[in-house]
Design a protein around this ligand. Structure first.
Ligand code: ASP
Ligand code: MG
Length: 428
């Protein structure tokens, strides 16, 4: 039994959906749970629709029409027979959306967001399932709301493992009979509360869905199909020459995610690690190529060349906190300071402690920084530098450090055996 996850880019148009069929065709006579994201940029489009619905600003009608047109174009390309039942299935989801927006929104943005945004996956999975059928790949469409049970932290729902496990076993075991081929198509990203309201697991949460299903079902492996050949040593957005990493440990992958790499949703790795289920990241363009394998191995085989990996976090602020009276920053101060960060909800990306100062690098977003600075200024002197970048290099060597930081002013530098981190500003 395996779990495949196809993200938004892998189902962004008719051609891409056909390609999913091709990939699946390489695995006949297997039991596969296929987890699918919303098509292309649908989640962003639904976010916009939610905002327009809640604020009554913008052109809600137009945005909904665009969403319909986008999906209808894909349908028309894949299913020339307008009488095909897929048209009805997709239309039913769109009607659900119309119903939601006919009512006045309740005063809870996150709740309304989850009811609306989750519909993207409801549509995409219908289309993928119908297309696989069309190409001769028998499959069962399963509503993931029968499987993934969560609390009601809308937009960042927390999985309730006990009920989720028993639901998955009860619902999927009869389908995955363990005898030859059976394919299930279901939604990533979406869950449900005990009151039957839709929830979502956080942006990019479909990877996590695949990991939950894989770990409960004891999958042979989980594969995330992407538009890159595997986990790369740098984000192609920032680097022209990227290299694919052949293999890495869960530990490395978690650290990379922590440092800001966006390849894999950070929550994804833990259930897989706990159940020792290998994770592959592979290219849906080159499905027969190796991709990257992420497993529990502590030490990678010698023959694997160490490739330095770069992670850039832009839009950072470096905040330095100093005592007003030249007293040392000691444990009591630090615990006070940490409490302020936690209360205001600012996540620390890097910190450095010296005799008379404590510096942290944080994300600039969310407008929380002014509140934080104000709160800190009650007891401390606060200096800050905006528009800095946080650069992390794993498996570094001096040549790569020189290359990465050239033309930049360094504010903070930290090195451990495996990782070098810099807070820098462009001066070039
Ligand atoms: N569709 C959701 C998003 O774009 C979830 C996912 O793709 O993983 O964030
Ligand atoms: Mg995605």
């Amino acid at each position: 039994m395996r779990v495949f996850k196809f993200g938004g880019a892998s189902v962004k148009d008719a051609e891409a959906v056909r390609n999913v069929g091709k990939v699946m065709g390489l695995y006949p006579n297997e039991e596969i749970v296929v987890v699918v994201s919303a098509m292309g940029k649908t989640t962003n489009a639904l976010e916009k629709i939610t905002k327009e619905y809640m604020t009554k600003e913008g052109d809600l009608k137009k945005s909904i029409q665009e969403l319909k047109d986008y999906h209808n174009d894909i349908l028309a390309d894949l299913f020339p027979d307008q009488g095909h039942k897929i048209y009805n299935e997709v239309n039913n989801v769109l009607v659900e959306l119309e119903w939601i927006i006919e009512d006045e929104p309740i005063d809870d943005f996150d709740f309304e967001y989850d009811q609306i945004v989750s519909l993207g996956e409801m549509i995409s999975t219908r289309i993928v399932s119908a297309w696989l059928m069309e190409s001769g790949i028998e499959n069962t469409w399963v509503d993931v709301r029968d499987l993934i049970k969560t609390d009601n932290t809308y937009r960042e729902a927390v999985v309730e493992w006990e009920s989720t496990e028993s639901a998955i076993k009860k619902k999927l075991s009869p389908v995955m009979k363990g005898e030859g081929s059976s394919v299930v198509v279901t939604q990533g990203f979406v869950g449900v509360t005990t009151e039957n309201y839709n929830t979502t697991l956080g942006r990019e949460g479909s990877d996590y869905t695949a990991s939950i299903l894989g770990s409960v079902l004891g999958a042979e492996d989980v594969t995330i199909w992407k538009d890159v050949p595997g986990v790369l040593n740098a984000d192609p957005k920032w680097f022209e020459k990227t290299k694919k990493l052949e293999a890495m440990s869960y530990h490395d992958a978690i650290e990379l995610a922590f440092f800001g790499a966006t390849v894999i949703h950070p929550k994804t790795l833990k259930p897989l690690q706990n159940n020792a289920i290998p994770l592959y990241v592979k290219s849906f363009f080159d499905p027969e190529k190796e991709g990257t394998l992420i497993t529990g191995v502590k030490k990678l085989p010698k023959e694997l060349e160490l490739v330095p990996s770069f992670i850039f976090k832009v839009n950072q602020v470096l905040i330095s906190i100093l005592p007003r009276d030249y007293s040392f920053i000691v444990e009591e101060n630090l615990s006070e300071i940490f409490k302020l960060f936690a209360d205001i909800g600012v996540k620390i990306n890097l910190m450095q402690h010296a005799a008379l100062s404590f510096s942290v690098c944080v994300d600039e977003d969310g407008g929380k920084i002014p509140d934080l600075v104000e709160a800190l200024q009650k007891d401390y002197k606060v200096l800050y530098n905006e528009d800095v970048e946080l650069v992390t290099i794993r498996d570094y060597d001096q040549a790569t450090i020189d290359r990465v930081i050239s033309g930049k002013k360094i504010y903070v530098e930290q090195k451990s055996r495996q990782t070098a981190r810099f807070v820098v500003k462009d001066v070039g």
